[in-house]
Design a protein around this ligand. Structure first.
Ligand code: UD1
Length: 423
């Protein structure tokens, strides 16, 4: 088992550079199979999820390598339509291969993804949208077999703006002749980034970030030159460092950000009393005091407050002055960090989707277990704010999504080390 050993209650200070966005990198890497050609994808974070995505590309017959933040990919060799079992178990995001695989091969087989740490992860919206474009979907036990021999463009109205479904549909519809519109798509910045990437590849698509995405599917565009693309920076990583500064009474300058995508997080921390200077392409946050409680924060699709920041915000609010509430509306089972925060002295009660957080003056160090990526980040924040020593276990969840996390924290003065095989 891998763990972090953290001695908390230190004020942090310094500059942190935010890495490329995990949730942009994964679908962009999957979309390279749309057409056999060469790609250079820059600003890709060095994290386990990216490594698994590259392994999947290699197992599909493609060339994929990673060096200094760049992925060098050639997908000419793609030699299967089967993304089942072993490959899909490597990463839940493998579902995003479905759209581009189907677009390229007209056939794709994928294992139906099971539940995960934050709740059931159905793909009904992905399949509904594909069927609306004429895809034949056969669900056979654990597998879904899709064929696309009789496709047509269409208007697809999503009943919920699912990020993954929007991505899969964009990545299939670019190859369907005619004009397809996705109505009520996800508006997350990562969708905008995917659209920019597709435009760079030569596809005709517009509207990402708005209520309708329009895709002008075309089969015969020139797709031979090497595509070079730099992905946006990770807004959730930036938010995590904001939460850290707010919780540890620190002074941190957060660089390499796309500020326009962070307002929903920055505003919450401004409301909590932190001093935040965010006029340029960096955020400077100072917090000298205990933060103020927030009456109610509801996680919801972008531009609402991101579910991926819910746990880190909860860590901050657990030591705020007063009572706060958080409502989690995106995932059904995303409060697994609560029992661990409570072990550290927090006073949080969960009632269905609501978490009621009665701020305490101080947390204390504890031996805690990480159950999912963002919950793990929350426990690291709590441990850095707490008095005494914490052992945070099962940190492979954290390493899935944060590049050089320990190094970046140590640079800010945090007393944290990573160890393996703790007895
Ligand atoms: C993506 C992000 C994840 C983030 C989430 C919501 C990546 C790799 N992951 O996940 O970090 O937390 O968006 O911002 O980008 N749903 C259905 N049917 C479907 C699809 C989704 O009911 O067919 C439900 C899910 O169960 C969930 C909600 O919709 O309750 C949101 O899911 P979705 O937006 O699809 O999230 P992901 O793409 O899985």
């Amino acid at each position: 088992m891998e763990s972090f050993i953290i001695n908390g209650n230190n004020k942090l200070e310094g500059v942190v550079e935010i890495s490329g966005s995990k949730n942009s990198a994964l679908p962009i890497l999957a979309s390279t199979i749309l057409h056999g050609r060469e790609y250079v994808i820059k600003n890709v974070p060095d994290i386990d999820d990216v490594r698994r995505m590259l392994e999947i590309l290699i197992l599909l017959g493609c060339y994929a390598t990673y060096e200094n933040g760049c992925c060098y990919i050639n997908t000419k060799g793609l030699d299967t339509y089967d993304i089942s079992d072993e490959l899909s178990k490597k990463l839940r995001s493998s579902i995003i291969f479905l759209g581009p695989m189907l677009c390229r091969n007209k056939i794709a087989k994928i294992t139906y993804p099971g539940g995960c740490d934050i709740g059931s992860r159905p793909i009904d919206l992905h399949l509904y949208g594909l069927k609306e474009l004429g895809v034949d979907v056969k669900e056979e036990g654990d597998f879904v077999l899709c064929t696309a021999y009789n496709t047509h463009s269409n208007d697809i109205k999503l009943k919920y703006p699912s990020v993954g479904a929007t991505e899969n549909l964009m990545l299939f519809a670019v190859g369907v002749e005619g004009t397809t519109r996705i109505i009520n798509p996800a508006k997350e910045p990562e969708i905008i980034d995917l659209e920019r990437f597709l435009v760079k590849c030569g596809y005709k698509i517009k509207g990402a970030g708005t209520d309708t995405i329009t895709i002008y599917g075309e089969k015969n565009i020139d797709k031979n030159e090497v595509v070079e693309y730099g992905i946006i920076s990770d807004r959730i990583e930036a938010g995590t460092f904001l939460a850290l500064a707010a919780s540890t009474n620190s002074k941190i300058c957060i660089k390499n950000i796309n500020k326009e995508f962070l307002n929903n997080i920055i505003n919450i921390y401004k409301d909590s009393g932190c001093l935040i200077d965010d006029v340029e392409d960096y955020i400077y946050i100072i917090n000298n005091d205990r933060i103020k409680s927030i009456n109610k924060v509801t996680s919801c699709p972008y531009p609402g407050f991101p579910t991926d920041m819910q746990a880190q915000l909860m860590a901050s609010l657990s030591i705020a002055d007063g009572i706060s509430t958080i409502e989690e509306t995106v995932f059904e089972n995303r409060y697994k960090h609560v029992s661990e925060l409570n072990k550290m002295g927090a006073n949080i009660v969960v009632e269905d989707k609501l978490a009621i957080i009665n701020g305490v003056k101080k947390l204390h160090g504890e031996n805690v277990n990480v159950r999912d990526l963002r919950g793990g980040a929350a426990l690291v924040i709590a441990a850095l704010a707490a008095e005494g020593k914490s052992i945070v276990n099962n940190i492979h969840h954290v390493n899935r999504g944060y590049e050089k996390f320990v190094y970046k924290l140590q640079n800010l003065g945090a007393d944290i080390v990573e160890i393996t095989d703790i007895k």
